[in-house]
Design a protein around this ligand. Sequence first.
Ligand code: IPE
Ligand code: IPE
Ligand code: MG
Length: 240
Amino acid sequence: MENIRHIAIIMDGNGRWAKKQNKPRIYGHKEGMSRVKEIVQYSRNLGLDVLSLFAFSSENWFRPKSEVSFLMALLEQYLKSEVAELKENGVKLNFIGNIKKLPPNVCKIIEQSLRTTEDCSDMLLNIALSYGGREELLSAVKSIAYDCTTGKISPEDINDTLFSNYLYTKSIPDPDLLIRTSGEMRISNFMLWQIAYTELYITDTLWPDFNSSEFAKAIDNYNSRERRFGKISEQINGEQ
Ligand code: IPE
Ligand code: IPE
Ligand code: MG
């Protein structure tokens, strides 16, 4: 696809989906994992360059211990069972966030899956884990300040491009479309810098119900929009 390279998704609503059926929250996370597989496959077939998935936020650490452990186990299971197929499909993995905070067994499988898929180039699957947008910005600012004190860069060098290269997402284009499931009208600390001009799509559909046809609807909706980037319609049409 030409006009859409990168889709980012805030996968929300697993707990509510389970609650609706009088099931424990973890049941929703399990079903949500099936949608992850489905949406990754669909994105790959679509020819998307990058799919970013917000899987676990820096704030999600404050959830009940049992839920956090379940999510970590699920993540480990996903990577173990999917990495061979991802490689076969040309999908390269990337992780953004404070990865060091994850349990050692998860860190290990992350490193392995990065190595296994490092030569893949058909799509980048970018998973945000223990990720917080403010944390990412602060870590960029710290590194930039440090590089200024050592003389590697000077304050005058700091511009959009340089700043972007200090973020976890360096060399990944900004998302064209950000989808949030389950209806919450908020960003919840996701990609604060990167979504400056991203199109937003918020659906009431809960993540475990967000199948390929729901995804296609979101993309259709995106395709009907005009991205003006501050300009006027006539300028945009003239450029085409
Ligand atoms: C998204 O679903 C999964 C994670 C944040 C890890 P939630 O677990 O937030 O589900 P709700 O929002 O409570 O329904
Ligand atoms: C955002 O969902 C984080 C992920 C989807 C991983 P949350 O459920 O944590 O967000 P809030 O608490 O509703 O803002
Ligand atoms: Mg939620």
